[in-house]
Design a protein around this ligand. Structure first.
Ligand SMILES: C[S@@+](CC[C@H](N)C(=O)[O-])C[C@H]1O[C@@H](n2cnc3c(N)ncnc32)[C@H](O)[C@@H]1O
Length: 306
């Protein structure tokens, strides 16, 4: 398998040569239906699912059972209504064997203001999470956020209900015990990610901000894991993976984008394993499966970081 490479080609064909169960995270933003025809060929909305399914079949084959597939996508408006190809795609992928585990929302903090007769500006995109099985690798501590100002007041005055597990009134299964959070300075984030779009377009008309793949790579992989972006464009996912010390493979059908991606990853110094960033669970897993990484982490000196 080609490790730490940007490969020119159709991802479906290229992945046919990859071994089964070899990828820890697939993170990608495919060409959107019928958009950007002039830059990399549009796929008609009505044909999108048939175009995409043979590719997701390969993704399913190459992903490890413990791995995750994150698909950044948003349905476009056709004839005045949102097209249903994303919904159809989810249903078909479930038939293929995928679990549709979660949906994250990317709230684009800086979306352009505008006026349309029948809708408001579009300020979010989907990040659909698919898995092969219910138990998959997830390192939640790696994306914890500061607890925020609300905590001081809220946690200072706990009610009786706050001290026991309060089951959701709407039976969502998301019960909570507020008192668990007293004295903590970090909390887990929710499934809405607030990030600005990238203003400089990195020679690609549809590049996403590097913080987006970075967040998901931290959440679903540890150092030494393999990250794949089958529609890598200007290489953003590969850059994020390399920065975090993960291995990567990027594929794009356009040779100019491949050239840009290669240039970008070349400029990156690979990250070093930072023990503090990961949970003890993640570290234990690395220690068992890849002990050499722990040795490297224990031994590195400040000079290594330069
Ligand atoms: C939305 S863009 C990805 C942008 C990327 N996330 C970035 O940050 O630059 C989709 C990319 O898919 C590529 N593409 C289209 N069809 C492809 C295929 N069959 N195999 C591989 N790449 C393909 C296009 O050339 C385009 O660069």
């Amino acid at each position: 398998m080609n490790v730490n490479k940007i490969i020119l080609g159709d991802c479906e064909r290229v992945l046919e040569k990859f071994p089964d169960n070899s990828i820890d995270l697939i993170f990608t933003s495919p060409p959107y239906a019928d958009q950007r025809k002039r830059t990399y060929g549009g796929i008609k909305p009505g044909e999108y699912v048939d175009w995409f399914l043979p590719k997701t079949e390969q993704f399913l084959r190459v992903l490890k059972p413990t791995g995750t597939f994150i698909l950044n996508i948003k349905e476009r408006v056709v004839n005045g209504e949102r097209h249903t190809y994303v919904i159809q795609l989810i249903l078909e992928m479930r038939k293929q064997g995928w679990l549709w585990t979660e949906e994250f929302i990317w709230h684009k903090k800086n979306s352009y203001p505008g006026k349309w007769p029948n809708r408001f500006r579009d300020a979010w995109e989907r990040l659909l999470q698919f898995n092969k099985q219910r138990k998959f690798n997830m390192y939640q501590e790696a994306v914890m956020i500061p607890v925020g100002d609300w905590a001081q007041d809220r946690l200072a005055n706990l009610s009786e209900t706050d001290r026991i597990r309060d089951e959701s009134k709407v039976e969502s299964g998301f019960g909570k015990n507020i008192s668990n959070w007293v004295g903590r300075d970090k909390v887990y984030p929710d499934n809405v990610i607030h990030m600005a779009t990238e203003c400089s377009n990195r020679n690609h008309s549809a590049a996403f901000p590097i913080d987006l793949p970075t967040w998901f790579i931290k959440l679903f992989t540890v150092e030494g894991d393999m990250v794949l972006d089958p529609f890598v464009g200007s290489g953003t996912t590969a850059v994020a993976a390399k920065q975090l010390g993960r291995d990567y493979v990027g594929i794009d059908i356009n040779d100019e984008y491949c050239r840009v991606a290669k240039e970008r990853v070349l400029q990156i110094q690979p990250g070093l394993f930072d023990q503090a960033k990961y949970s003890h669970v993640a570290r234990e897993r690395v220690a068992q499966s890849q002990p050499h990484l722990m040795e490297r982490a224990a031994n590195y000196t400040p000079e290594d970081l330069e």
